[in-house]
Design a protein around this ligand. Structure first.
Ligand code: FES
Length: 293
């Protein structure tokens, strides 16, 4: 009989955070505020990493975490000559913090309204990062007043807070799926596969079918059939349910991402990837499709 592994030591704490309803009302209000303020367009796309093909936030966190932890490492193993470099690294981490927090807040707002776990873990992640920032800022002040020992101690506390914040950030991405392409595990068939009866399609009305476990939007227009993966790759909204067709594009109204109906290419974020799209053909009254290669 297989032996079940015990939960990780942090799992009880994660469970408590994910079920803590006390933050819900202010967090929902904040995420609405962030979403409404950023809207959709160039600024939102920049914060989302649309131009680079995945979220920008993790790249910026490398700068903050790398600077702060390098400073602490110098304090511990760098010797007497390292205090100037250590101070500069803290200053660099503080300077990189605002854009990093802004990208994180933007990503969090996209997923937090409808997902309680994302909402609550995101708040805890931000609180732990804020604590780390405050501790490293206090460390810098102490060093500039000549209190190196106090500065080192505050930096060590900041490193602890930063480590916990990083763990929660990993949980948001790797367990809660924030920022993961929502179509990656079921892109759809790469060989011609039957999807629907042609007679069931009504001109101009998108329908949802499931083909080899992949949900697919079919749209009949001007004697052509367009087919896209139905789950928006950004945060997973159904394009049949939340999509608005305009010309040759479909907009996911959840956050404003726009894709070409023809080939799924990404026209506007905050999505960072094109939507999987399918070639279609009609054979003996059946619509068949396969992924564009
Ligand atoms: S789920 Fe965010 S734009 Fe579609």
């Amino acid at each position: 009989m297989a032996t079940r592994r015990a939960p990780t030591p942090l799992q009880p704490l994660i469970d408590k955070i994910e079920s803590f309803e006390g933050v819900d009302e202010p967090a929902k209000a904040l995420s609405w505020k962030v979403s409404n303020t950023l809207g959709s367009g160039a600024l939102k796309d920049m914060l989302s990493g649309t131009a680079i093909g995945h979220a920008l936030h993790p790249m910026l966190t490398d700068v903050v975490i790398g600077s702060f932890l390098s400073s602490t490492a110098l304090d511990v193993i760098g010797g007497d000559e390292s205090h100037v470099a250590s101070e500069r690294l803290i200053a660099l981490g503080i300077a990189a913090y605002p854009p990093t927090a802004l990208t994180g807040m933007s990503d969090w707002a996209d997923g937090s309204v409808g997902n309680a776990a994302v909402r609550r873990v995101g708040v805890a992640h931000a609180a732990a990062n804020s604590a780390a920032l405050a501790l490293y800022a206090a460390s810098l002040v102490a060093r500039r007043r000549g209190k190196k020992g106090k500065g080192t101690a505050l930096g060590l506390l900041g490193a602890g807070a930063l480590g916990f914040a990083g763990y929660l950030g990993g949980h948001l991405t790797l367990v809660n799926g924030v920022g993961v392409d929502q179509t990656v595990f079921d892109a759809g068939p790469s060989e011609w596969t039957e999807a629907a009866d042609a007679a069931d399609l009504v001109e101009g009305e998108p329908v949802r079918v499931v083909v080899e476990d992949a949900p697919v939007l079919l749209l009949r227009r001007a004697e052509r059939t367009f087919a896209l993966h139905d789950r928006c790759n950004h945060r997973g909204c159904s394009l049949v349910g939340r999509g608005e067709v305009s010309g040759d594009e479909i907009e996911c109204t959840c956050h404003g991402s726009r894709f070409s109906l023809e080939d799924g290419s990404l026209i506007q974020g905050p999505a960072t990837q094109p939507q999987p799209a399918f070639e279609t053909r009609e054979r003996e009254g059946k619509i068949e499709l396969r992924l564009y290669s």
